[in-house]
Design a protein around this ligand. Structure first.
Ligand code: ATP
Ligand code: MG
Length: 639
């Protein structure tokens, strides 16, 4: 029995609305996904539709599995919950003979290679990262329903990775190459294009399909592409049994062609639609919710007009914390330390996540977690050592002659190994290039750390150490702490969330800063998505240098302006490593004396030798006002 009492009043209106168009426009954690799951269950329970006539579309296959699971728990089986691609693939398998006879087709499994050939055919440079960027461009065009001929005129404000005419040529060549004498090769976007085409062009196919599916539900509708919308329109025909839910403030896939326009214009398209706005946030504490409201309150531009204040429904929890660290390894170690404390306090490992902007950032955190003996898993994106550029770099290193290499040469050797893979001293500008560059740099840093930690390390020793790191991976059956990019964290939630690497040019990412306001706003929404993943504990951190002892040239993310009080530690002055928060209780430090020791006056300092030494220094130099104050405060502290 479906109990709509498990929903609040507004959610119930959406879940129990009669058949026809329904739209839920609401912020993060307000129960959108929960409400559509109940709506499906309710429609079935009331006999309005049978389970196998419902098609629910989710953003990831994991979310689809979760929805089926939740429905099963409510006693409902047989609902089709899939991603757009999975649904289209299944339909195409069925309808293909009707529209294409016995022309064979199969899914393209070497897209990258094929685009690489097309790039060479068009006489463009074909380094890995160039091919990747052009492939990304072709994917964007296809998702935006832009043909090769239209491409040069439809770029808008986009900066193409090669001359537009050349990209159009590669795109056309790639399309031609998929028609082989053995049959058709279809990429993921073709699955959607052909599905829409079959329904649009064959009345018999459309008729049969619409007999089968009656009710459609789409989650995360703010990130639908024109191509996906075309499929949805083809599924519906002239019917309107469609429920969509989304949050324009969580639009984070514009770079793939996704747009919140369909969500925002839903009630114009369906004037009779039931439109529900939800504001009560059931996921997060009021402290987290307040921060989320502040972050999105600073948003500018078109989507900003759709803002809804979240209202935290849970009991109060800890304040979100903000910490600056001297360098990334220190940041990672500190995060690992805090995770250990949470685990000790009974928080489950599977209820903790470390979220970052780009996958290359995971390496330093993977290392710190492994060092601390914390079980973790990397979601979305591959683990650091399985990335193609890292595998390539390691195999180059293995092939290197092992003679005459001593520890001091290792770092240089690694750097040299990486040069043919595209590692230069300058940070590149394309998104893919930058990520690759950063992960290769992370490998150099890792080698530096290993060399520092192990005297007399030779090349064999280094490779063994790197292998140990790889094998420190934990069996996939064990659920550990999640490491994920902000993009991969969409729709999910954890008790404790660590948002790491919050520096300008990582969040917002440098290419967004270059391309302008709209791109920066998308980065801000990404930050909002990150903040709203936390149920209770939220820790935001950043590091002023990449390497230990490195130059502190980084600046805290601009999205924290006005949220974190300005601190001396970022001005690059001699006080540069003074902490802003108490290392014990996390409260904001106000006096220079407190900042000097990194503790507030109410937290006793430990009686270790360092403290005595510090006290002696202050006492010997009380001519400085700051020192005098520090001595007076802390000589009374519990020793
Ligand atoms: P997002 O925008 O991040 O996808 P959402 O709006 O889809 O969020 P849900 O994931 O559906 O939100 O819900 C967030 C959390 O709040 C879940 O743990 C859900 O079970 C809980 N929740 C939602 N509605 C209620 C309710 N009425 N009573 C109790 N808990 C609720
Ligand atoms: Mg959701």
């Amino acid at each position: 029995m479906i109990n709509l009492q498990d929903l609040d009043e507004d959610q119930r209106i959406a879940a129990s609305a009669p058949r026809g168009p329904v739209c839920i426009l609401a912020g993060a954690g307000t129960g959108k996904t929960r409400t559509i799951t109940y709506r499906i269950a309710h429609l079935i329970d009331q006999g309005f539709v049978s389970p196998n006539r419902v098609l629910a579309v989710t953003f990831t296959s994991r979310a689809a599995g979760e929805m089926r699971h939740r429905l099963n728990l409510m006693g409902i089986g047989g609902v089709q919950a899939r991603t757009f691609h999975a649904a289209a693939r299944k339909q195409l398998l069925y309808f293909w003979p009707q529209v294409a006879g016995n022309l064979p087709w199969r899914l393209l499994d070497n897209k990258f290679q094929l685009v690489g050939r097309a790039v060479r055919g068009a006489r463009l440079e074909s380094q890995t990262e160039k091919v990747r960027d052009i492939l990304g461009e072709i994917e964007w065009a296809k998702a935006s329903l832009i043909t090769p001929e239209q491409y040069p005129d439809r770029l808008g404000t986009r900066t193409p990775p090669a001359p537009a005419e050349k990209i159009a040529e590669v795109y056309q060549r790639y399309e031609n190459m998929k028609a082989t004498p053995e049959g058709m090769l279809l990429d993921f976007d073709d699955l959607l294009l052909h599905t829409a085409g079959a329904l649009e062009n064959s009345p018999a196919v459309a008729e049969e399909f619409r007999q089968q599916y009656r009710s459609f539900v789409v989650d995360e509708y703010q990130d639908v592409t024109p191509l996906q919308q075309r499929v949805l329109d083809a599924w519906l025909g002239d019917r309107d049994d469609l429920t969509v839910v989304g949050d324009a403030n969580q639009t984070i896939y514009s770079f793939t062609g996704a747009t919140p326009e369909y969500l925002l214009n839903f009630s114009r398209k369906y004037p009779e639609a039931t439109v529900v706005k939800l504001q009560r946030d059931y996921r997060s504490t009021p402290q987290v919710t307040a921060l989320a409201n502040t972050v999105i309150g600073q948003a500018r531009g078109r989507v900003a007009g759709t803002r809804l204040e979240l209202q935290g429904m849970r009991i109060a929890g800890p304040e979100p914390e903000f910490s600056a660290f001297d360098d990334e390894p220190t940041e990672a170690r500190e995060v690992a330390g805090r995770i250990l404390t949470l685990l000790k306090n009974g928080v489950q490992a599977s209820e903790i996540a470390v979220l970052y902007r780009i996958n290359a950032q995971s390496a330093v955190f993977e290392q710190a977690l492994a060092d601390a003996g914390i079980v973790y898993q990397v979601r979305g994106g591959e683990g650091f050592f399985t990335r193609p550029e890292i595998r390539q770099a390691l195999s180059q290193l293995i092939r290197t002659s092992q003679r005459d290499v001593d520890e001091s040469d290792l770092v240089r050797l690694t750097q040299r190994t990486l040069v043919p893979l595209g590692l230069s001293s300058e940070e590149p500008s394309g998104a893919q290039e930058r990520e690759r560059w950063q992960s290769l740099n992370a490998l150099v840093d890792l080698v530096k750390d290993l060399v520092k930690a192990t005297p007399d390390l030779d090349l064999t020793g280094l490779l063994l150490k790197l292998r140990e790191r790889q094998e420190a991976k934990h069996p996939p059956t064990v659920e550990g702490v999640t490491l994920a990019s902000l993009h991969a964290a969409k729709g999910l939630e954890w008790d404790a969330v660590f948002l790491v690497g919050l520096v300008d040019s990582t969040l917002p990412i440098s290419h967004a800063i270059k391309s302008g306001d709209e791109a920066i706003e998308e980065e801000r929404r990404l930050f909002y998505v990150g903040v709203t993943r936390a149920r209770e504990h939220l820790h935001c951190s950043w590091a002023l240098a990449r390497q230990e002892g490195g130059r502190k040239s980084r600046k805290r993310s601009r999205f924290l302006d006005g949220i974190v009080v300005e601190m001396a530690s970022e001005s690059g002055t001699p006080r540069s490593n003074r902490p802003k928060n108490c290392r014990v209780c996390g409260s904001v430090l106000s006096s220079p004396a407190e900042k000097a020791v990194g503790r507030c006056a109410s937290c006793p300092i430990q009686a270790d030798e360092r403290v005595f030494e510090q006290l002696r220094t202050w006492r010997n130099d009380t001519a400085k006002r700051e020192n005098k104050a520090a001595y007076m405060v802390f000589s009374n502290a519990t020793l």
